[in-house]
Design a protein around this ligand. Structure first.
Ligand SMILES: Cc1cc2nc3c(=O)[nH]c(=O)nc-3n(C[C@H](O)[C@H](O)[C@H](O)COP(=O)(O)OP(=O)(O)OC[C@H]3O[C@@H](n4cnc5c(N)ncnc54)[C@H](O)[C@@H]3O)c2cc1C
Ligand code: FES
Length: 332
């Protein structure tokens, strides 16, 4: 077995054990959240040795070239000496510019980067609080606005979400990393293809960012945004999105409520299916964000309906205990 060195100590990993699991089992605290290669909170640095290529998937080229890797995806194939990244190498400082409630348990947080920070609407950044690192999607056009807008859902006893809701104040410093992810509007020549976006709860954040970006860049193909929630209390930015739809003829905004009295308006899966039925499936781009159970289910259905996998973009909002999540996360 290859040997693993961390903080000058040598660790033995079990067969097929990831670095994250191996270090945790032997008493070390390594930041992590999704444990499946999606959130990048378990980022580590190989001081010597080369991490596996699978553990570098999704990382920026600059991080790959400096031997950074994801500990939850790395089952070493050679001796490695690893460390946690220093803040100065991968993080940037922001300050809190604004905080407002969008719904009972959804906070809009605006962060002002203290140095140059470029990011696409819809990508995600990681917020760092000591050993706690959590991902949040970008809901605005940061490069144009000069700040980042995040929509943070308060989870019962959620450590980061409750800290962001309750403890941080305007002008407070907040450390972030990123950006990462491929959920963003990407069109160079053709701005006429149809776009369908569907999500639950704060899954609206990246989707709203993508719609804003597409409209800002003059996209003139049909854009349909479907926001799902258990009931009306989980819907936010309704007025803003209705106004956008009134102003832009190519944009349609639909709400899908699980508890809706109108059965035709109660199933996000059915809603997505019927929207796609009227579109050219070979050209449509589909974006799915929010509840992992729902995103994964929709991904399969949309693919089976005929949308090529390279045109399906998704960010399941996996938490440390996603297994608990049903189709709709609690209180969404
Ligand atoms: C790519 C990506 C993008 C995301 N974008 C967004 C976004 O835009 N907006 C957003 O709101 N979220 C987003 N998320 C989710 C977000 O990153 C966090 O996972 C979420 O905010 C919860 O973090 P937390 O620290 O508050 O909760 P945690 O402390 O991680 O807890 C999560 C849940 O698990 C429960 N729990 C914790 N420990 C235990 C335990 N031992 N046993 C049982 N239950 C437990 C808690 O009660 C809580 O309900 C995204 C996730 C990903 C991967
Ligand atoms: S990418 Fe490793 S914990 Fe999320």
């Amino acid at each position: 077995m290859p040997s693993l060195t961390y903080k000058g100590r040598t660790f033995t990993l079990q067969d097929q054990q990831s670095i994250l699991e191996g270090l945790e089992n032997q008493g070390e605290v390594i930041p992590n959240s999704c444990r499946s290669g999606l959130c990048q909170s378990c980022l580590m640095h190989a001081v010597s040795g080369t991490p596996t290529s699978i553990s570098q998937q999704g990382l920026k080229e600059t991080l790959i070239s400096q031997n950074y890797f994801l500990a939850c995806k790395c089952i070493p194939t050679e001796d490695l000496d690893v460390s946690l990244p220093s803040d100065s190498a991968v993080s940037i400082q922001t300050t809190v510019l604004g905080k407002e409630l969008l719904a009972k348990d959804v906070l809009c947080l605006r962060l002002l980067p203290q140095e140059t920070f470029s990011c696409n609407a819809g990508q995600y950044i990681n917020v760092v609080k000591d050993d706690l690192i959590r991902s949040y999607s970008v809901a605005n056009l940061p490069d144009a606005d000069g700040y980042l807008e995040l929509h943070i859902k308060r989870l019962p006893e959620g450590r980061m979400s409750n800290w962001l809701h309750d403890s941080i104040a305007i002008h407070d410093p907040v450390t972030i990393r990123g950006p990462a992810g491929n959920c963003f509007y990407n069109a160079i020549h053709d701005r006429n293809f149809p776009i369908v976006l569907a999500g639950t709860g704060t899954g609206l954040a990246p989707l709203e960012g993508i719609v804003t970006d597409a409209l800002d860049k003059g996209h003139d193909g049909e854009i349909t945004l479907i926001h799902g929630a258990m009931n009306k209390s989980g819907i936010y930015h309704e007025e803003k999105l209705i106004k956008m739809a009134d102003f832009h003829h190519q944009f349609t905004y639909i709400q899908s409520l699980m508890e809706s009295a109108d059965p035709a308006n109660s199933d996000l899966n059915a809603e997505v299916r019927s929207v796609l039925e009227n579109l050219d499936l070979s050209r449509v781009k589909v974006y799915l964000c929010g509840s992992p159970a729902l995103v994964n289910k929709l991904k399969t259905r949309v693919f089976l309906q005929g949308v090529p996998s390279y045109n399906i973009f998704s960010d399941p909002f996996i938490t440390a205990t996603t297994a608990d999540w049903d189709v709709f996360p609690r209180n969404s």
